[in-house]
Design a protein around this ligand. Structure first.
Ligand SMILES: [Zn+2]
Length: 316
């Protein structure tokens, strides 16, 4: 095995290490929510679908608005109580995508998508987890305006953490979709793939949704088999990441390959192949001879690949 590479200090994983204290027990207390909203220290993240509205700044923009500033915008949809930071409330404030789009050209505003914000560092990193939280819950509201049980219009309650149906009395809760993202390894080689959606040079871990009735380990083995035709045996869990595109939770895993022939599922992937350790190190260090790259540090795939290079994995 090659010596452990020096990849520099470990960057923070995007959308994690939230400073928000969710205080879920306060969500049903309407007087408390009103007091939180009336506190002059309260702030709102303004989101219109995939677009995040910020106050233009340099070198970073400010994604927080006072509630008065947020309510002065047109096209308000739902408001979600995210929780408290040092006792001050944080809200997710939904506006229509058309409102967010229109603010792009208004002086003093900066509107961008969350991927660009995270990868380009357009806000300070402590804002990424609450924006991710707000974006995911607001997306859920936008898609659950009607009861899936009886079709009646539903109403938000509990600070935006539930929708109730007045007709059939069903209660609906925000959900998050589990996704496995895994690095299959075979000694000194690992399996990476390319989605047609990726930048032309980028290779990453394989990934896919966990299906109902399936364990994380089973999903890892099934997806690796379906996408690349590689059979895997032991699976170990590494770490997780909320992924608000639109509302997933990524389970980062390693899988031990037990076959090495690759059969690429071209409906899912553009390509998949084995990479040597040295080649992957060059990709992370951005000095690969063909210019191939690994995902950016905001993504869990970077951390999974790096943990393998730094010998942090085991299958005990
Ligand atoms: Zn209903």
């Amino acid at each position: 095995m090659s010596p452990r590479p020096d990849l520099g200090p470990k960057p923070q994983l995007g959308y994690t290490q939230s400073r928000i204290e969710r205080v879920a027990e306060r969500r049903s207390d309407e007087a408390a929510l009103r007091a939180f909203a009336d506190d002059p220290r309260a702030r709102a993240y303004v989101i219109g679908g995939e677009r995040i509205v910020m106050k233009q700044g340099s070198p970073v923009s400010d994604p927080q608005f006072t509630l008065a500033q947020a309510f002065a915008l047109e096209g308000a949809t739902e408001t979600v109580f995210l929780g408290l930071v040092d006792g001050a409330a944080r809200f997710g404030f939904g506006v229509t995508p058309a409102t967010a789009e229109a603010l792009k050209t208004r002086d003093g505003f900066h509107v961008s998508d969350l991927r660009s914000i995270a990868v380009q560092g357009l806000v300070t990193p402590d804002h990424l987890p609450p924006i991710a939280q707000a974006k995911a819950v607001l997306h859920w509201h936008a898609r659950h305006r009607f009861c899936p049980n009886c079709g009646a219009a539903t109403q938000p309650v509990d600070g935006g953490w539930r929708r109730d149906c007045p007709q059939c009395k069903a209660q609906h809760f925000p959900r998050t979709d589990p996704v496995v993202i895994m690095l299959a390894v075979d000694g000194d080689r690992c399996l990476l793939g390319r989605s047609p959606r990726f930048m032309p040079t980028m290779w990453s871990c394989l990934a896919g949704f966990v299906e109902p009735g399936e364990s994380i380990e089973e999903a890892v083995r099934r997806e690796t088999w379906e996408e690349a035709g590689v059979a895997t045996g032991r699976v170990s869990y590494y770490r997780s990441q909320p992924w608000p595109f639109p509302m997933s939770l990524m389970f980062g895993c390693f899988a031990e390959a037990i076959t090495d022939d690759i059969v690429v599922d071209r409906t899912e992937l553009e390509d998949a192949r084995w990479f040597s350790r040295d080649e992957v190190i060059a990709m992370l260090q951005r000095r690969h001879p063909q210019g191939l790259t690994a995902p950016p540090p905001v993504a869990i795939a970077y951390h999974i690949i790096r943990a393998w290079l730094e010998d942090e994995i085991s299958f005990d």
